[in-house]
Ligand binder design. Structure first.
Ligand SMILES: [Zn+2]
Length: 483
């Protein structure tokens, strides 16, 4: 689900497969929302499981993707319910799908997003057929169960429920609610959100979007918090190039490029970027410090959320020992590739390494590189920055969308905390934020660490109770923001 952002552009390759089917029912522009009848949640659970199983059985391993099969399923299901749909095939077998519930237009639309493709499987490492959508011990197993067909099923059911319980009940929505299903999220996104923005901008223009990218974490057996991703770190690649004299290996040279690169990399490995707390991470740590089970970590979280420099430094020392929190507190630098030499008996003139650097939003990569240059302190070592990145503004965690998510979660489980969250990985949401849509990432299914780690792994599965929880949250959040 998380991947480096690549730019995609493919103008003019759209092929409209299905003309829009507009809902026949006239919208009453001046009526306010009628009180929605509460859905029968037991029936909703069964309906969501049924759709999720069908979505898993449609194999969309990318490559090749073949997402058109899933898009056709969404199209026929939503059209049968009288909902407007748009299906595009930007390239053979790939699909972009949009469905719309019309609102009164009093407010701007809200998007419910999910991708239709999944990553591949190692079938012999699974205990079940990854595409049979086996229901077992209270779980649905299958590739995509949590990334991202679970959310796709929850979004699909949300559209159906809004149609049945609001529109068909004589009520109305103040915003259009728009389901967007993308292709190719797992392999570069050429046929995904970038394609829709470039080719069908009017269909997806919106004030808010709900996407994947957050977490709903079960700690010590109970759902503790739902983290809503409202900003993300920015991925950069920086090449470190060491140069030196070449020659025959029989005559060792002090300026050997490989040795020079090794010294530089050792200094970079020992370097720590400064701790920086931003509005999202301050609230994230502050809210978690109220509920976190481990006392030392709880105190450290309160410390880093304070405005006292000494306390921040003390808290950061504790949290930096945990790699994921260390990555949240500062710019991160990971060495990922190394290259140099042409023969076993030749001293090369050049050796290079790649650093994958994740800057905090709004931080300059050039100032990181300037610090690395000083740390390395060698004129024969240079740095080259790849500039293909999107540094998008954070989406506000005081917006009506964030509030609707938080209200939805509390109405389903009043004991849970909802926190804004900065992901350390990059998502499609940056592209949308840069385009002006306030985008929020969730994974609305309460999962323990062990189940969460099955994402992209073996025996991926979603607890059926969590699937219902997530469907309720998305339905109530969409209803809340659109009324
Ligand atoms: Zn994903």
């Amino acid at each position: 689900m998380l991947r480096p952002i690549r730019r995609s552009c493919l103008a003019g390759a759209a092929l409209v497969l299905a003309a829009p089917t507009v809902v026949a029912r006239a919208q009453q522009a001046d009526s306010s929302v009628a009180p929605a009848r509460q859905p029968d949640w037991g029936a909703v659970r069964d309906e969501t499981v049924r759709h999720l199983r069908r979505l898993i059985q449609l194999n969309t391993v990318n490559p090749p993707g073949n997402e058109i099969t899933v898009a056709r399923y969404l199209d026929s299901t939503l059209r049968a319910a009288g909902i407007e749909t748009h299906l595009f095939e930007p390239s053979p077998g790939r699909a972009a799908f949009v469905a719309r519930l019309k609102g009164t237009g009093a407010k701007q639309p809200v998007l419910l997003m999910a991708h239709m493709d999944v990553v591949g499987v190692e079938p012999d490492q699974w205990t079940v057929d990854p595409f049979a959508a086996v229901e077992k011990d209270g779980y649905v197993y299958g590739r995509g169960a949590i990334d991202d067909k679970g959310m796709l099923a929850a979004n699909l059911v949300t559209m159906l429920l809004l149609k049945r319980h609001v529109i068909d009940a004589g009520g109305s929505l103040q915003r259009d609610v728009v389901l967007v299903a993308n292709s190719d999220e797992e392999a570069g996104g050429e046929w995904g959100m970038g394609w829709l923005i470039a080719n069908k901008p009017d269909l997806i223009r919106a004030e808010f979007a709900l996407n994947e990218g957050g977490r709903t974490r079960v700690v010590n057996g109970r759902p503790l918090y739902l983290a809503v991703q409202n900003t993300e770190k920015v991925a950069h690649n920086v090449r470190v190039i060491a140069r030196g004299p070449g020659g025959h290996a029989s005559v060792p040279l002090p300026g050997n490029a490989i040795s020079r690169l090794a010294r530089a990399m050792a200094k970079i490995a020992a370097h720590e970027e400064p701790v920086r707390i931003n509005p999202t991470t301050r609230v994230f740590f502050s809210e978690l410090s109220a509920v976190w089970p481990n006392a030392a970590e709880r105190r450290a979280m309160a410390d880093v959320a304070s405005r006292d420099e000494r306390r921040i430094a003390r808290g950061a020392r504790v949290l930096s020992a945990i790699p994921i929190y260390n990555a949240v507190l500062r710019n991160g630098i990971s060495a990922t590739l190394i290259d140099g030499g042409i023969r076993t008996n030749v001293i090369p003139t050049e050796a290079t390494a790649n650093l994958n650097i994740r800057t905090l939003p709004g931080q300059s990569i050039d100032s990181v590189v300037a610090r690395l240059r000083r740390v390395v302190g060698d004129k024969q070592v240079s740095f080259e920055v790849d500039r293909d990145t999107i540094d998008a503004p954070a989406s506000s965690f005081r917006s009506p969308m964030f509030t609707a998510i938080a209200d939805a979660v509390r109405s389903v489980d009043p004991k849970m905390t909802v926190v804004p969250y900065m992901s350390t990985g990059a998502t499609d949401s940056a592209r949308l934020r840069a385009w002006g849509v306030h985008t929020y990432g969730v994974l609305p299914f309460p999962l323990g660490q062990e189940d969460e780690e099955r994402m992209h792994g073996n025996d991926e599965r979603v607890p059926i109770a969590s699937l219902l929880f997530g469907t309720k949250v998305i339905y109530l959040a969409a209803l809340g923001v659109a009324r």
